[in-house]
Design a protein around this ligand. Structure first.
Ligand code: PLP
Length: 426
């Protein structure tokens, strides 16, 4: 039988760079042909050969209810009939803003945008505008979208600032971006001692999902908050991934820390292009049209996307939602750990709410450098072994995984059995 994924990939590569519209989809890290998805329902999607997979990426987080949740589908269908986009305000934008603010107490006002990249970039501009400072602090392994100033890796020392990680980003554009090691308290202290008066903001994924799954230690997160306060810098939690994913109140709820600004995306759109950033009224009122910090968007607060987001938030706000999701995710993680242990394989894993990560090593990594010591060949073998067995995990070892409300106990058990089968053949 002809492999339809191969055919589509060939066609795609002729017209789309690398055949994909976002690089990680290309399977470059793991090798092989990307699966072209034709449809999805609940915890599954089907590729071009009509092969079914248990889906653990969930569109990289948004599909927390599973695919095609009836209440969400209904809300979207209704919205579509009322028009796709107006370029004028709607009541639904207010409803979504109110719903978000009710769930994230650190936010008094919010602005809706279309992607996490846009939200993080706008939050950064706002922080610089509000503080009148230039320097931004970020951490190696945290991803905040692809705005120029954030495509940067650590320089050779704390005094030297960062180097661009992408062609097309002039060094001048990242010269105010300081990149530190995640969970490195001493470096954090030194950076603020050296540059404190110039720091506009510190941006962090407080539970990082873009270097697999790595938690900021409670002391580290607390110190980020204290140092920002002490030096007049804004603390920005990028919760594009963790917001409404690790719990109803995000990573800030889990850690009990109040950031100044919060960046949201992924789950708040329920699979539609929607993201947001927000914080205290006094800061948010610096934004245009009230204040001097410019920010805008033709499709911002899109009526179909807001309908999808609102319906999603309504479902996840139901009592017991996160308890059930977290329990299921923990069952998966514990089962994988037990399977690896039974087969004598180095392995560890962690989860919070509906987000998880696993590592082919015995310790849970604390930073990006340690995550990247993972044995690539072993990860790729596991990835392809699972894929063959109808389990779709992220095609790169530095990505987190996602469980949805639609995953059944049987799905979880089948996943653990597939992993054990692979481990047993090592
Ligand atoms: C996905 C992600 C982004 C970027 O969001 P896009 O919608 O892909 O632009 C930013 N920050 C974090 C933490 C993310 O996980």
């Amino acid at each position: 039988m002809t492999d339809q994924n191969d055919l589509l990939f060939e066609r795609a590569r002729a017209v789309i760079p690398g055949g994909v519209n976002s690089p990680v989809r290309a399977f470059k890290a793991v090798g092989g042909t990307p699966r072209f998805i034709q449809r999805a329902q609940g915890a599954y999607f089907w590729d071009a050969n009509d092969k079914r997979y248990i889906d653990y990426i969930g569109s990289w987080g948004p599909m927390i209810l599973g695919h095609g949740h009836p209440a969400v589908v209904e809300a979207v269908q209704k919205a579509v009939l009322e028009g796709f986009s107006y370029g004028a305000p709607t009541e639904r934008e207010i409803e979504l803003a109110e719903a978000i603010l009710a769930l994230v107490p650190s936010m008094e006002m919010v602005r809706l945008v279309s992607s996490g990249t846009e939200a993080a970039m706008s939050a950064l501009r706002l922080a610089r505008g509000a503080t009148g400072r230039k320097t931004i602090v970020k951490f190696e392994g945290c991803y905040h979208g692809h705005a120029d100033a954030l495509l940067v890796k650590a320089g050779s020392g704390l005094a030297t600032f960062g180097n661009p990680t992408s062609a097309g980003v002039p060094p001048e554009v990242v010269q105010h971006t300081l990149v530190l090691e995640y969970n490195n308290l001493q470096q954090l202290e030194e950076a603020f001692a050296l540059h404190g008066k110039d720091i506009a903001c510190l941006m962090i994924e407080a539970i990082a999902g873009n270097m697999n799954f790595v938690r900021a230690t409670p002391e580290f997160a607390k110190r980020c908050r204290e140092l920002c306060t002490q030096h007049g810098a804004l603390l920005i939690f990028d919760e594009v991934m963790t917001g409404f994913r690790v719990g109803l109140h995000g990573a800030q709820g889990v850690l009990g820390i109040t950031p100044d600004l919060t960046v949201l995306g992924k789950v708040i759109g329920g699979g539609m292009p929607l993201a947001a950033f927000g914080g205290p009224r006094a800061i948010m009122e610096q934004l245009a049209p009230l204040g001097p910090v410019y920010q805008a968007g033709t499709l911002s607060g899109n009526p179909v996307a807001t309908a999808c987001g609102l319906a999603t938030l309504k479902e996840i706000s139901k009592p017991g939602f996160y308890e059930a999701l977290a329990k299921k995710t923990r069952t998966l993680v514990d089962g994988l750990k037990a399977a690896a242990a039974a087969e004598g394989q180095p392995f560890n894993a962690d989860s919070e709410g509906g987000m998880f990560g696993f590592f082919l090593m015995n310790e849970l990594p604390q930073n990006y450098a340690t995550v990247m010591t993972t044995d690539n060949a072993q990860f790729n073998a596991l990835f392809h072994g699972l894929l063959d067995r109808g389990v779709y995990i992220a095609p790169a070892l530095y990505e987190a995984g996602f469980v949805s409300a639609a995953h059944s106990e049987d799905d979880i058990a089948a996943t653990i059995a597939a992993a054990r089968d692979i481990f047993s053949k090592r």
